[in-house]
Design a protein. Structure first.
Length: 202
């Protein structure tokens, strides 16, 4: 009988070891509180704490969130919130990445050309000019700024455009093929920035 129970315990332990690790808890309530203006967030570049409606109040026009999305940008299993900021009729003021860290929400700004076409795997398109653009992945979030790097891109030079795929030199045909593969990935879902959507999704 004792041998039987040992075998049962061994089977249970073996099954438990085969289970995938539990997903990290999502800080949805922390995000919700900041988005609804109930709690302050930390501006990464200055470490200043402000409410969301105080963001960029140094300007002569109002910059406010128009849409928001949830996506894991650095691959740690925990989603960030991306805010699509706008002013007036201009829907492309900039983007803000909100990240939960040590019980607080930290805000990292991104220019509108630097965070386009975000995919559900966290990759996105960024551009610094007509001949300099590519696809990026965030490596980490530091105390004052984030670190990202391109994995497939083109850059202008005196010899013309240079192409890279998976960080390796490539032909234009290889680059275009890699771009088509990236473009085919699923994009994130944007939601209108309303209290109803925030309550429903967070």
């Amino acid at each position: 009988m004792e041998q039987f129970f040992r075998q049962i315990i061994a089977v249970i332990l073996s099954a438990a070891a085969a289970l995938p690790p539990a997903a990290p808890p999502q800080p949805t309530e922390d995000f919700r509180s900041v988005l609804l203006g109930e709690t302050q967030m930390v501006l990464a570049w200055s470490q200043e704490k402000i409410f969301l409606n105080e963001y960029r109040d140094d300007l002569d026009f109002e910059v406010e969130p128009a849409r928001f999305a949830q996506v894991d940008l650095d691959g740690d299993g925990i989603c960030e919130i991306v805010l699509w900021m706008s002013f007036g009729a201009n829907m492309y003021a900039e983007f803000e990445i909100l990240r939960a860290e040590n019980g607080e929400i930290h805000c990292y700004p991104q220019v509108y050309r630097g965070l386009q076409d975000i995919k559900t795997d966290g990759t996105y398109c960024g551009s610094s000019g007509a001949g300099d653009w590519g696809y990026y992945k965030i490596l980490s979030f530091g105390e004052t700024e984030l670190e990202d790097e391109p994995f497939t891109w083109c850059e202008s030079s005196e010899q013309g455009e240079l192409y890279y795929v998976n960080k390796e030199p490539a032909s234009r045909q290889e680059f275009e093929s890699a771009c088509a593969e990236q473009d085919a990935k699923e994009i994130i879902v944007w939601y209108e920035f309303t209290p109803e959507n925030i309550d429903a999704l967070l």
